[in-house]
Design a protein around this ligand. Structure first.
Ligand code: NAD
Length: 500
């Protein structure tokens, strides 16, 4: 059994804590490796390496930093398949889906390569007589990223390319469920020329996270994961004086208006609800058809498509939907379907009994696609994030009722409306209290040069990730006011200086 360790000072490092846990292949249910779990001392060592590297990295011209990221980007293009394979082996998602994740991460690297432009300050000539003022964006120091299992390459790449381009050193604490992608990215950054200590990986659990949250030399924390942990990270990190952005869970609704192209809506729902087995923070987990007529038509068209989903291992190229990430998560998702049924939802398609007949994969964590009808806002299947291939249908009589359902939810990550009516689309986009909105787009994940983030309990902090918001998060502003001897007064000024 191989052991997955840390990455410090551009080298793989074995764990010393004596603690580790198995990493499973969700497609087979077997474990062939384990991941080490860092002690406080190991986190200290990673932070010390980053702190030592920071002064030189911060002073490295932005163009040189960007060129290293540019080389990293080329490596990602060449070896995307290798990274996708590592992701599929520990996460379970299909190869093409994993490759899509790598590409979306790579796009943030492309964005970060333009950082010299983003880091430009502002200048005002003659704010007073012979006095000029300019502002700079400077890096924060050592920053850390704590990431979830569902995008082991993309979510770290929402963070570190921008952080590094801005002149920070970065420590990644990936999910302990799929830790291998982080090490490949770390090795490729080193190969691209990143100096020792600038990027490190610390594997671990709560102990490592707490050590980062409390460490006096960590200036900022970026977190993506579930809402209870995001809330904890934000509270603890800010109490320790850090800048924190903590993205949490989601329950994304899709409103289908009576004028919508129903086949288009069905196709969109299939991908958005069942792609990656529903383990996406932007997955659509609730369909809100407006009028019973639309609901009935939608359900009739969804049933055969859900029954036809090809469920299996990533190794099978025909697979639409892989397994869930762990045996515990599989039980949790089944438990939600049980609860929904007990609370009065109608189980239209039942994925609980799905079994794979593929030899060698009988122990994998598979579940079939599930469709629940007549779901109401008092049910746990609506209130909680299930994070599995379970699509709930909440029927609405009117557009206003649909909007009201969405407004009641504590999460506000993504949302979509399917309609041909421009007025409805505009009113929906402008009025809905959700961070990312799609009009006839089911998964409206912003491109790298825009920023990603939800509202309400889907994000704690002030900054979204990547794009201009990412640059703001990873830099601090300095304002410099300059006067040269010409025209200087020698007599002391005891009143508040004004330039009028
Ligand atoms: P998680 O919250 O269990 O774990 C996320 C990270 O926090 C991991 O690195 C984990 O090691 C760490 N962690 C877990 N428990 C902790 C604790 N008690 N104290 C300190 N650290 C702890 O999330 P997950 O199951 O890995 O990922 C799925 C969740 O992430 C879903 O809720 C999903 O919606 C969310 N997510 C959100 C976004 C977004 O952009 N909003 C994106 C991807 C995933």
């Amino acid at each position: 059994m191989s052991e997955i360790g840390h990455f410090i000072n551009n080298a793989r490092v074995a764990g010393t804590s004596g603690r580790s846990q198995p990493v499973y292949n969700p497609a087979t249910g077997k474990s062939e490796s384990s991941v080490v779990l860092a002690s406080v001392a190991e986190v200290d060592a990673a932070v010390a390496a980053a702190k030592a590297a920071w002064p030189a990295w911060a002073k490295t011209p932005p163009l040189r930093r960007a060129r290293i990221l540019d080389r990293f980007k080329s490596i990602l293009w060449e070896r995307g398949d290798q990274l996708a394979e590592a992701i599929s082996a520990e996460h379970g998602k299909t190869h093409d889906d994993a490759l899509g994740e790598v590409t979306r991460g790579l796009e943030v690297v492309e964005f970060a390569v333009g950082a010299p432009h983003l880091l430009k300050g502002e200048i005002t000539e003659n704010v007073g007589t012979n006095v000029d003022s300019h502002s700079l964006r400077q890096p924060l120091g050592v920053v850390a990223g704590i990431t979830p299992f569902n995008f082991p390459a993309m979510v770290p790449m929402w963070m570190f390319p921008v952080a590094l381009a801005c002149g920070n050193c970065f420590i990644l604490k990936p999910s302990e469920r799929d830790p291998s992608a982080s090490l490949l990215m770390a090795e490729w950054l080193a190969e691209a020329g990143l100096p020792e200590g600038v990027f490190g990986v610390v594997q671990g659990d709560k102990q490592a996270v707490d050590a980062l949250l409390e460490h006096p030399d960590v200036a900022a924390i970026s977190f993506v994961g579930s809402t209870p942990i995001a809330r904890y990270i934000h509270q603890t990190g800010t109490a320790n004086g850090k800048r924190v952005q903590a993205l949490g869970g989601a329950k994304n609704h899709m409103v289908i208006m009576p004028d919508a192209d129903i086949d288009m809506a069905v196709g969109a729902l299939m991908g958005a609800a069942f792609g990656s087995a529903g383990e996406r923070c932007m997955a659509i987990s609730v369909a809100v058809p407006v009028t019973d007529k639309v609901a009935d038509a939608l359900i009739e068209k969804l049933i055969p498509k859900i029954n036809a989903l090809k469920i299996g291992p990533a190794a099978d190229k025909a697979t639409d939907m892989g397994p869930l990430v762990t045996a515990q998560h599989l039980e949790k998702v089944k438990g939600y379907i049980d609860a929904g049924e007990a609370e009065g939802a109608k189980v239209v398609v039942d994925g609980r009994t799905f079994k794979t007949d593929k030899q060698g994969y009988e122990g994998g964590y598979y579940i079939g696609g599930t469709l629940l009808d007549n779901v109401t806002t008092d049910m746990s299947v609506w209130k909680d994030e299930i994070f599995g291939p379970v699509l709930s249908v909440v029927r609405a009589k009117t557009y206003d009722e649909a909007v009201d359902v969405i407004g009641q939810h504590e999460y506000a990550n993504g949302v979509a409306v399917f309609t041909r009516d421009g007025d409805v689309a505009r009113a929906f986009s402008h009025d809905i209290e959700v961070g990312m909105v799609g009009v006839n787009v089911p998964i409206p994940v912003p491109m790298a040069f825009h920023s990603f983030g939800g509202w309400k309990a889907s994000l704690f902090g002030d900054h979204h990730m990547h794009g201009a918001e990412g640059v703001r998060f990873y830099t601090r502003l300095k304002a410099i006011t300059t006067r040269w001897p010409t025209g200087m007064r020698n007599d002391p000024e005891f009143v508040m200086p004004t330039m009028g």
